[in-house]
Write a protein that binds this ligand. Structure first.
Ligand code: PGA
Length: 247
């Protein structure tokens, strides 16, 4: 009953030229996908990538969105600006934003509410660091990120959650199928407590962190894992293999 959703996160990679080339090559390879497909790209590439993806099943997303509609927020981009280019999704609260740019759960909440109000589906990232996992506070960290980050949301089924253990991002160290399943099942249970159990059953929860062409099948076979947020592997044709995980 949940449509799987595989999204790429290009981070600060690609140019208009290399991005366009990759999308052209991906188009025929992903056209028969049974899941939703998106690529979240650097803001400056959004117009060119939207153009490149036209007429295909690849939707273009942003890597962040600001909470205000406009104003004195140097370097930030609003929902209105993204919508102008047909952007459907925005990653919010990625651990790199939290780690290197000081983004907080409160800010994640403001950005998420603004995205929803502006008609963009937020992909809200949560996840623990290695230190937090090893000291046994994973659930506590996730509780805080979910309680604060998702506060005040009226319909949680309009939000996509990405569980990204920080220790698995860009490290080549994937969570095992069991670890990812167990933690994502916990997140679903927690969402059920904050909102309602019925709604929680409808929420798409992705796994992210070194997901690749080799490990995607095992991860996607887990009952609570509804998709992936793909960093490194979304910069190459491997992304198509992940999208076609069920074939
Ligand atoms: P990775 O990144 O696939 O390169 O580990 C995932 C992410 O940060 O979204």
């Amino acid at each position: 009953m949940r449509t799987p959703f595989i999204a790429g996160n290009w981070k600060m990679n690609m140019t208009a030229e290399s991005g366009k080339k990759l999308i052209e090559e991906l188009k025929p390879l992903v056209k028969d996908a049974n899941c939703k497909v998106a690529l979240c790209v650097p803001a400056i590439l959004i117009p060119a990538m939207t153009e490149a993806a036209k007429g295909s099943n690849i939707e273009i997303g942003a890597e962040n969105v600001h909470w205000a509609e406009k104003g004195a927020y140097t370097g930030e981009i609003s929902c209105t600006m993204l919508k102008e280019y047909g952007v459907k999704y925005a990653i919010i609260g990625h651990s790199e934003r939290r780690q290197y740019f000081g983004e907080t759960d409160e800010g994640v909440n403001k950005r998420t509410l603004a995205a929803l109000a502006g008609g963009i589906t937020p992909i809200v990232c949560v996840g623990e660091t290695l230190e937090e996992r090893e000291s046994g506070v994973t659930e506590k960290v996730l509780d805080r990120q979910l309680e604060v980050g998702l506060k005040g949301i009226k319909d949680i089924t309009n939000v996509v959650i990405a569980y990204e253990p920080v220790w698995a991002i860009g490290t080549g160290k994937t969570a095992t199928d069991e670890q990812a399943q167990e933690t994502i099942a916990y997140i679903r249970k927690k969402i059920g407590e904050i909102f309602c159990p019925k709604c929680a059953e409808k929420v798409i929860i992705q796994y992210g962190g070194s997901m690749n062409a080799a490990n995607c099948k095992g991860l996607m076979a887990q009952p609570d894992i509804d998709g992936g947020l793909i960093g490194g592997a979304s910069l190459k044709l491997d992304f198509a293999t992940i999208v076609n995980y069920d074939k």
